[in-house]
Design a protein around this ligand. Sequence first.
Ligand code: ACO
Ligand code: ZN
Length: 213
Amino acid sequence: KETKDQFFIDAGQKHFGTTMCKSCGMIYTASSPEDEMQHAHYHHRFLEGIKYVGWKRERVVAEFWDGKIVLVLPRDPSYALRKVEDVQELVDHELGFQKVVPKCSNKTKTFLFISDEKRVVGCLIAEPIKQAFRVLSKECSRAWQCSDVPEPAICGISRIWVFRLKRRKRIARRLVDTVRNCFMFGCFLSTNEIAFSDPTPDGKLFATKYCNT
Ligand code: ACO
Ligand code: ZN
């Protein structure tokens, strides 16, 4: 039994002949020149994209031992908006979204989690909404279904993303906590007042856990 476990552990780490870059998180075959080329390209673009040089006027809305959360609003200086665009492009690429969706509305609020290595390692895009359809999860089933009855909601989360190498450190949780606190001045939104749009499998696992605790 022990040898079997060991086998799986080894296999997992080596990804059957593939390597994971410790900087950008891409998994690729180091022995394939094509893969290496693709990695070199992605690596550079990704690290440029998440680089955060620090802004003269940044809106810090939360601070932690391992980083901080900065809020970017639609009328902010162009360097801030450009950073948000770059990060959104990386996120959309990872989520497999087609080319950038219409420009941010003037009500979009973007929350960036900045690590103490000065990188954008988390991003949450929130918009005001009026209603949402609750996801009905059936026990013992992997199927998800939405109710037909709209329920009032206030804040829609259209994107939530955490850098692959920084996941499961509660960064997403801290981003959502911060949105609930900052989205509407003077009140802390309940989990019923926020809604995740079109969640991915990762997004569903996170949202289910988040909303039940
Ligand atoms: N599998 C199972 N449980 C999970 C997962 C997962 N992949 N991710 C989060 N959870 C649960 C866990 O219970 C976790 O607590 P624990 O680590 O103590 O067990 C809890 O949620 C809190 O997780 P966080 O650490 O706060 O989440 P993280 O910072 O890792 O980010 C996220 C989660 C944003 C979904 C990340 O996995 C990600 O960026 N994935 C790729 C992009 C994506 O799919 N985003 C969602 C798109 S949907 C939308 O944008 C509306
Ligand atoms: Zn890399």
